[in-house]
Structures are given as C-alpha cells and as structure tokens.
Design a protein around this ligand. Structure first.
Ligand code: GLA
Length: 719
C-alpha cells in the first residue's frame, strides 16, 4: 500500500510513520469499518490541508483512512497498548482503529453541546494491543469536521508508537501560598519516585533536594509541595518504576529585573515621529516620573499645539520637512529633556507600532467597555509613558448587517465608535480596527468585500489610525480564481491601500495573511506598514519557539523604518481569547525571551492582555526603557540570527548610536552557563563595554552567566 512507510523498513521498528491517507469528502458511518473498500478514494498527504491539495474549499465532514502495517516489534508488554500519534487536525476529529473507537477531540457544529474547534491540538490516542493486526494492514479511520477555511490533517505525518510515561501519568505544577505544588495523576495504577530540586532562580544553584515514593492510579493522585521564596525555581521530576522516561516540570516565581523608574522625569519614547503633510498629529510625550508633571516643547512648527497638562501634541503641519524639537518635562523632583524629530513627509511608522490589541485576551467577547478599560489603564498605569499608544480593536466589533446605504455598522457592544476615537485621541492615544478583504472575517463577521472604499471612508470618520486587514474570508474569492500568482495575493491589499491613502489621516496599514507568497518581499512595495509573517501565536513555548526562532530567521533584510515584519501579538499577562482569562502559560524566563526577541526583531509591540488587570511582573516586561529602546531604535534594523549551536541562539542588531543589541538565548531544557566573552567572539565582537539591558547595569565580559532554560541574556555592546 503506497500510503505507508516503515521507518527504516525494519522488522524492529520502534515507530511507524504514515505520510498519506485515502480521503473522501462526505460523511458515512460505514467508512470507519476496516473492510470498507477505499481504493477509489483520493490519496492525500498528511502535511497539508485538504484545500491545498486540489479539494475545492470544503467546509464540512470528510474522512481519512490511514493504512498501516504494524510490526510486532511495537508490542509493548508493560502497557499492552499502542499510541496513534496523529498530529494536529483542523477543526475536530473522531478516530477509529480497526473499527474500534479510539478517541475524539473538539465538537462539530451539529453536536448537542455546540461547536468547539480544536486547532493546533495534537491528537494522541491510546489503543489496545488486542485490536492490532500485527504485521498486517490496519486501518485508522478519522472522521474530520472543518467549520471554516482550510481543513484536515495539515502539519506532519502520523506516527504509530509505543506509549511513554506521559501517556499514563500527568505532572502538574502550580503555586499556592508560597508553596510550589506538584500533582501527579495516573490513568492506570503505577508508582515511582518524585524529586524536587529548589534552585536559585537567577543562578540555577541548587539550594535543596527532596524525594518522595509515590503510588498513583485509579482514583489515587499524589501531591507534594515545597516552599518557594523570591526568585526561586523548583524542578519536579518523576521517574516511574515501569517506564524509562522521566517526567519533568518546573515552577519559577516571577522575578522582576527592571529597576523601578526614577521619580525625576525620564523620556522613554521614540526619538522620531512620522506624519504625512496635512494629516493629524497625535502624540503623547512619553515621560515617566512623579506626577503632577508639566510639559513644554521647543521648536514646535506652525499648526501644532501642546497640551501642557497631559503632554499631548496635536494639530497638522502642511509643509514637508524635518522639524527638530526638544521635548521637556518637569515635576517636583526635576526636569528632563529629549531631542526629537518630527518628520513631515511621505513616510509614517518610522519605528514599530506600540500599543494594545483585544484579540489575545478577549477574542470575540471584546466590547467598547473592555477597550476603554485597557485604554484608561494604559494611561493610569503609566504604559503610555513608555510609548504605547495604539488601542486596536480586533475582530467582533461588526454588526450583522450593513445599513441601507451599504455602510458598515458596529454591533451593540460598540455603541459609539466615533466617540471612542475622539476620547482616545484626546488622551494622545490612537484607534485601531480590524477587517477582512473577504465577505467575512476569520471570526465570521462582515468583511469589506465590494465595500472597500465606503469602509475606508467610514473608518476615517470614526478617527481610525490603524487597520489590520486579515485575509481569511478572501480565501473564497481567491480559490475560485484560476490566478494564484503573487500578483493575485497582492490584489486585495493594493485595493484597500489606495482607499486608505485617499483619507485625510494617516492609517497604519497592517497586513494579516500569515506570510503567504513571501509577503515580506512585497509588503513594503504596496505601502504596507507591517505584515504578519506567520500563523497565530499562542501562549506556549512550542508556539514561541516556532514563530520566534524558526520562522523569523532570514527576514531581517525586509524590515526598516515605515515597514516591519510582524511575528504576531504579545502573549504575556492574562490571555485566553475569550472571557475565560488565564495567566500566560509561558514561564517567566520564556516571557523575558519573548519580549527580548520581539525587541530585537523590531516587531510590532501589541500587548495582548487586559491592561487594567496587569500584574507588576508583566509591567516590568513591557516597561523597561532600555529594552524598548532596542525595539524603537531609529535605524530600524531587525536582528539577524548569527549563531545556532547546541540549543544556544545568538541574535544581534546594529543600533543608531553605533552600539549593538545582542540576545543570547538558551533554548535547552537545562540552564546554560555562558562565558560572555566566548559568546561575543562567536559573532566577531571583541569584548567592549557591555550593559545588561534587563537589569540596566554594566557587566564584565570575562564572567560566566547562567542563562536559565528557555531564558535570555539581553545586552547592549557599546562601541
Ligand atoms: C486571525 C488573525 C488573528 C485574529 C483573528 C480574528 O486568526 O490571525 O490575529 O485577528 O483572525 O478573527
């Protein structure tokens, strides 16, 4: 059978790989039976959605039948079971093995409990060894439901393998009242040893070790706890008596590295701001420091005024040119000045946009009230004093239907968009909105198709300053057209760009089409200000690793002032894509890595958590002026990946003052002692004056630093 491939073709194979399957669009319970004759069905690869393999955009049920010879070398005496490791499937599935029900994930639209799409979720099902036809053909029949867009298996081949301990025992680690707590649960009776190692959070030094003998299974679980104080980390590991592998999970107390801002005024914002001649200027002077504070500006051109109380400059400048200004802030403790250039010309977005977006927290449950709560907190908590200014509403603001004259309307959750825009502008903030070139957005709301010009005008009336334009529903138009050239990918984006440019205000143009047709190669030419380079981010290390470290490598030549690569929004603080919020599942070290990498990448810095619910740790991540200065550096050079070596990665970028920002990342699961001098030599840098940007202090290069697992040392090397 062509659909199967035995790894190494070996009789002693430990894993069997299946790369293809028989496929049929439709639904019939008889297709789960092993004896069903599927020879007339189409053969599809498992590493690409069905729509990308010649099946016309198809949103409903379809079946995959995977044929696989399973060698007796996969018999596992300990467990008496096998694992079907199918990878992620869009959106939901129900899986049968030789006619036996093996498992299901997600729910289709007809399900009595309602639809629940489980994108990106790995499917891993245990089946009984007694169901296997050893050394003969077996059938894995998968009933897949796709609700919208591309569907089916999409990421990789399927694997048949022996179970591992993680299939039977789960280890969860939480924190309760200064105790790190491990919870072991098992779906079968077993036992082993649990160990806890308490380490110093920053240096990795082991402070304490504890062991427990464990029996679990059935209804019996096991809990153990150890006290954690300050920046300490606890690594729990469980070794089962019957399995070779060890389960390991750690807990780290969030530790704050950013020193508190001084009470005296300090400028933390960008050093340039671009505006087109005649477009409204809205700019808040980003000074931290004790309030009350008064502001003044030297050199303001005609047409621009300053609100001395809230530090917002506004107005219009008609004449092109560079206007050098001196921004000044004064409070009871002192005064600060910053040299700044207002650049009136064809180019906007001279540094990457900083602000907030509703999607990663609220998903489709966003409302005007929630948007205003984050906007107010952006000011009250002081994030606006670090340059955050865009307040972007993502999907789900749109009404069900357009008005009689065809204009787009907001739904009941957004009673007055124009008033919201005016309110934001009065505070020096900017309004962002979301739409799609298709008839529908990704969330199924109205898109702009055939109303592009009208919608651009409406947004201008509302005072929109940022548009995220998401491909999604346009797929339907694209799929039925015979033209799939790069020009066809550009078409809907060029169209909207033209209407945006006709508006009498600057609208940051953010393309969202997940990197198709190498968007970075043409985004700048169609006057886009940023373009998403990848699919959607989520708050896991796997997602951060893939989007940040794999998919951004090599994209540095395409970014620059006015046009940026966008690796998606931030997943720090509380996220959840719904009303159901949780703390980001990234560990504190992974969050330092996330923000450091986004700063190096000159990425859009769009906060994805409700700002009114932000904790001090998240504030410390987002409001480190020296880290943000890397992101906002006016040279606009995105970092390149210089070193990939044994789980270490080094990324660096040149800065306008002749310095270099360097991130030394540890992608391994264990802490990595690093001689700084040695690491710098790898990228051809002689040891110079080095500053640790998170801790904001100068550090020696001839010392060894412990970079925690999934953590980073972010430095600036000064000339
Ligand atoms: C897509 C985008 C997300 C978000 C949603 C909204 O998935 O990539 O960032 O805008 O659509 O439906």
């Amino acid at each position: 059978m062509s659909a199967l491939l035995l790894l190494a073709g070996a009789v002693h194979a430990q894993v069997v790989k299946v790369e293809e399957a028989k496929f049929f669009a439709g639904d019939d319970a008889a297709w789960q039976k092993p004896g069903f004759n599927d020879s007339q069905w189409q053969t599809l690869r498992l590493d690409k959605e069905w729509d990308l393999q010649g099946i016309k955009l198809y949103n409903s049920f379809a079946w995959y039948r995977l044929h696989v010879v399973i060698p007796s070398s996969l018999k596992d005496k300990t467990s008496g079971q096998l694992v079907l490791n199918l990878g992620p499937i869009d959106d939901c599935d129900e899986t049968y093995f030789n006619g036996h029900f093996a498992g299901k994930t997600g729910r289709h639209h007809g399900d009595p409990e309602g639809y629940d799409g489980k994108w990106q979720k790995e499917r891993r099902y245990l089946v009984d060894a007694s169901w296997v036809r050893w050394d003969r053909d077996n059938v894995i029949a998968v009933r897949v439901y796709n609700g919208q867009g591309e569907g089916g298996f999409y990421k990789r081949a399927a694997f048949i393998e022996k179970p591992v301990i993680a299939d039977y025992v789960s280890l969860d680690v939480t924190k309760e009242d200064d105790q790190a707590k491990a919870l072991l649960t098992g779906i079968r009776k077993t036992g082993g040893k649990l160990t806890a190692k308490v380490q110093d959070g920053e240096t990795g030094k082991i402070l304490q070790t504890k062991n427990w003998n464990v029996k679990i299974g059935g209804k019996k679980s096991f809990t153990a706890s150890v006290p954690v104080k300050g920046p300490s980390r606890v690594v729990f590991s469980y070794k089962d008596d019957n399995f070779e592998q060890t389960l390991e999970k750690s807990f780290c107390n969030p530790y704050i590295l950013t020193p508190a801002a001084p009470a005296t005024p300090r400028y933390n914002g960008p050093l340039v701001f671009g505006v087109r001649p005649g477009s409204p200027v809205i700019f808040h002077l980003a000074f931290s420091g004790e309030r009350p504070m008064t502001y003044s500006v030297e050199g303001l051109p005609e047409g621009i005024v300053l609100d001395k109380e809230n530090g917002v400059i506004s107005g219009r400048v008609l004449k092109e040119g560079d206007y050098p200004l001196v921004l000044k802030a004064t409070n009871g403790k002192g005064e600060a000045r910053a040299a700044f250039t207002l650049k009136v010309g064809p180019r906007i977005a001279l540094t990457p946009p900083m602000g907030w977006n509703s999607w990663n927290c609220w998903g489709t449950s966003v409302s005007q009230e929630k948007v205003m709560a984050s906007a107010a907190a952006l000011i009250n908590r002081g994030l606006a004093d670090y340059g955050y200014s865009y307040i972007n509403i993502d999907d789900a603001w749109e009404a069900e239907e357009r008005a009689a004259d065809g204009s787009i309307l907001t739904n009941e959750k957004f009673p007055d968009m124009k008033a919201l825009g005016d309110w934001l502008h009065s505070k020096g903030l900017k309004l962002g909105i979301y739409s799609s070139p298709g008839d529908r957005t990704c969330g199924g709301y109205l898109g702009t198709l055939d109303h592009e010009e009208q919608d651009a005008k409406t947004w201008n009336e509302w005072g929109v300053d940022y548009l995220k334009y998401d491909w999604c529903g346009y797929r339907k138009v694209f799929d039925v057209s015979p033209d799939h050239s790069t020009a066809a990918y550009l078409r809907p984006y060029v169209k909207m760009q033209q209407y945006l440019r006709e508006q009498p205000r600057d609208i940051f143009y953010s393309l969202c089409q997940y990197g198709m047709a190498n968007v970075w190669e043409w985004g700048a030419f169609i006057d886009a200000n940023s373009w998403r380079t990848t699919g959607d981010i989520t708050d896991t290390w796997e997602s951060l690793h893939s989007i940040g470290f794999e998919q951004q490598a090599g994209l540095h030549p395409y970014a620059g002032p006015g046009h940026w690569n966008d690796p998606d929004m931030l997943v720090v603080g509380k996220v959840g894509w719904s009303n159901d919020l949780r703390d980001s599942r990234l560990t504190p070290d992974e969050q330092y890595t996330h923000i450091s990498l986004w700063a190096l990448l000159a990425a859009n810095m769009l906060i994805g958590c409700p700002i009114d619910q932000m904790d001090d740790f998240t504030f410390n991540l987002l409001c480190n002026n020296e880290v943000n200065a890397v992101n906002q550096d006016i040279l606009g050079r995105q970092a390149h990946q210089d070193v990939v070596e044994d789980g270490m990665q080094i990324w660096s970028r040149d800065l306008y003052d002749g310095g270099k920002a360097v991130g030394i990342f540890n992608l391994n699961d264990a802490a990595m002692p690093t001689l700084l001098k040695g690491a710098l030599e790898k990228i051809g840098l002689q040891a110079g004056k080095v500053r640790d940007l998170w801790r904001q202090k100068d550090i020696p290069t001839d010392a060894t630093y412990i970079i925690p697992s999934h953590g980073v040392l972010l430095i600036k090397v000064n000339p």
